[in-house]
Design a protein. Sequence first.
Length: 258
Amino acid sequence: MPINRRQTLGLGLSTLAALGITTILPRTAFGQQPEGDLYPSDAGNFFIHPISHASLVIETPSGVIHVDPVGGAELYSSLPPPDLILITHEHGDHFDLPTLEALVVDGTEIIANPAVFAMLPEALASNAREMANGDSDSFGDIAIEAIPAYNTTEDRLQYHPQGRDNGYILTIGGKRVYIAGDTEDIPEMRALEDISVAFVPMNLPFTMTEEQAASGVAAFLPTYVYPYHYRDSDIDLFEQLLMEEIGGGTEVVRGEWY
């Protein structure tokens, strides 16, 4: 029987193999696809769609998650509407009310850091909840952890003060996905364990240099890392520095953010 991409989200690899479907392979088996990068998990497959800058969409067996959606609803017109929206912090390249209001449909949940939660109009706040650094929550079968995101370099402290903003870890069928938000290579990042997919920013003056990002990623060794929120940073340099530090084991995935 024909099975489309959305239907495969809830199927395990053994089931797909039994059905004769051979295109559902681990991320390392193919490049980035228009329909999204596919990753297998114990709960089924999930797809990652880089959108722009720091915005992304993850299609999971539990529902569709939009992260920091900005830039207008037309950027998301080819994708399903969000069941959950995650917001890391209040800056305009991460939190945009017109985009949120255009994307939200009946039943869409929002999780935001406390500062953004306090800014939501009543219509959005009625189906939203806040998570502070260290909090845990869930969405369907997905566990969600709020991870600190902040600056540590003296001349950058005003951008992301400690304790205000979130990164998030999503556990999807045993696979841990780390969305760093805007941060430097803080101790909380460097101490992470068992991360399958990571989204890590680098651009000055707001987040990290290529050297900081490579050092931070080398400390926690995700299986895959997407540089995002990088603007004019040198991704070739980041990858070179990372490989010099670890010699392999983490694959750099280049999404079409710009």
